[in-house]
Design a protein around this ligand. Structure first.
Ligand SMILES: Nc1nc2c(c(=O)[nH]1)N=C([C@H](O)[C@H](O)COP(=O)(O)OP(=O)(O)OP(=O)(O)O)CN2
Ligand SMILES: [Zn+2]
Length: 118
């Protein structure tokens, strides 16, 4: 069974490795959406793969490092593409949410990156 829990954060970024003429070379902001996908058996007693409340509590310290920051200033996010943010979140969340199967990071409702550890 898979379950998904969504979170949002606000952050500024610029993409340092695109051409200067690319609009994302300039500092700008996004209302990011993060989806954590968990996979595992449904506990027969609780009916949960995991309690959403527990996931929220485990993810809070990771989310706190991103919300209302300039992502380029964060170690490991010097080139803060959606792909890199998804990997960064996965690596920090997997140890505290072992059933984590994938992380999706949406820059806009129409464009996102998903990382499953591969
Ligand atoms: N593969 C990727 N491509 C792009 C990424 C990325 O992370 N991975 N990022 C960007 C920029 O961050 C850019 O800011 C994307 O957002 P936006 O300009 O808002 O994109 P839209 O196409 O939705 O903008 P509209 O104004 O709605 O046309 C670029 N590429
Ligand atoms: Zn952007």
């Amino acid at each position: 069974m898979k379950i998904v829990q969504a979170f949002t954060f606000e952050a500024a970024h610029r993409l340092p490795n695109v051409p200067e003429t690319h609009r994302c070379y300039r500092m700008h902001g996004h209302s990011y959406r993060v989806e954590l996908k968990l996979e595992g058996p449904v506990d027969p007693r609780t009916g949960f793969v995991a309690d959403f409340f527990d996931v929220e509590a485990a993810f809070a310290p990771v989310l706190k490092q991103l919300d209302h920051y300039t992502l380029n200033d964060i170690k490991g996010l010097e080139n803060p593409t959606a792909e890199h943010i998804a990997m960064w979140i996965y690596e920090r969340t997997k140890p505290v949410v072992p059933t984590l199967a994938a992380v999706a990071v949406y820059e806009t409702p129409m464009s996102w990156a998903e990382y499953d550890g591969d």
